[in-house]
Design a protein around this ligand. Structure first.
Ligand code: C5P
Ligand code: MG
Length: 165
């Protein structure tokens, strides 16, 4: 009997409140805007969603389990570093990352001019080629907290496969 290929998918989601006096970081890329996102860490909503998708794919828990927001070590933490640490955990568990697909939902500002920079940054953190990383943007069409400009959301899907030993 042939063994089934060990390919696994993971999903991640995150949200942060929009406030004044904080930067807006998406996968470590600083977006020019007069507002930003609140949070214990650097509030990088996209990095957090991708981290959860990755940990989820390997069934390794979630971001709060590995990097609790009650821990002073992670205050103002660079979320790309947390993502890179999660990549190490998944790699140590014997998996390779095949691709990541993501969506950022934010009413404004327009993000499309940052797509290349964000893809490159995510690809670097994940250790995969840029053409395996997708970044999409949506408004919420004026509906709900995102539509009212109160919050940002991000979603991510990651595929991993166990490497033959
Ligand atoms: O939400 P909506 O479908 O109207 O978005 C249309 C397009 O605008 C998206 O496909 C995306 O390319 C772009 N967009 C953006 N920045 C946002 C939201 C959407 O660049 N904050
Ligand atoms: Mg978060």
């Amino acid at each position: 009997m042939t063994a089934l290929p060990d390919i696994r998918t993971g999903i991640g989601w995150d949200t942060h409140r929009i406030v004044e006096g904080r930067p807006l970081l998406l996968a470590g890329v600083r977006i020019e805007w007069d507002k930003g996102l609140a949070g214990h860490s650097d509030a990088d909503v996209l990095a957090h969603a991708v981290t959860d998708a990755l940990l989820g794919a390997a069934a390794l828990g979630d971001i709060g389990m590995h990097f609790p927001d009650t821990d002073p070590r992670w205050k103002g933490a660079d979320s790309l570093r947390l993502l890179a640490q999660s990549v190490s955990l998944v790699s140590e568990a014997g998996f390779a990352i095949l691709n990541a697909d993501t969506t950022v939902i934010l009413e404004r500002p327009k993000l499309k001019d940052y797509r290349v920079a964000i893809r490159e940054s995510l690809a670097g953190a994940l250790g995969i080629a840029v053409d395996r990383v997708s970044v999409k943007f949506k408004t919420a069409e004026g509906l709900g907290p995102v539509g009212h400009g109160e919050s940002a959301e991000a979603q991510a899907s990651v595929l991993i496969a166990r490497m033959p030993r």
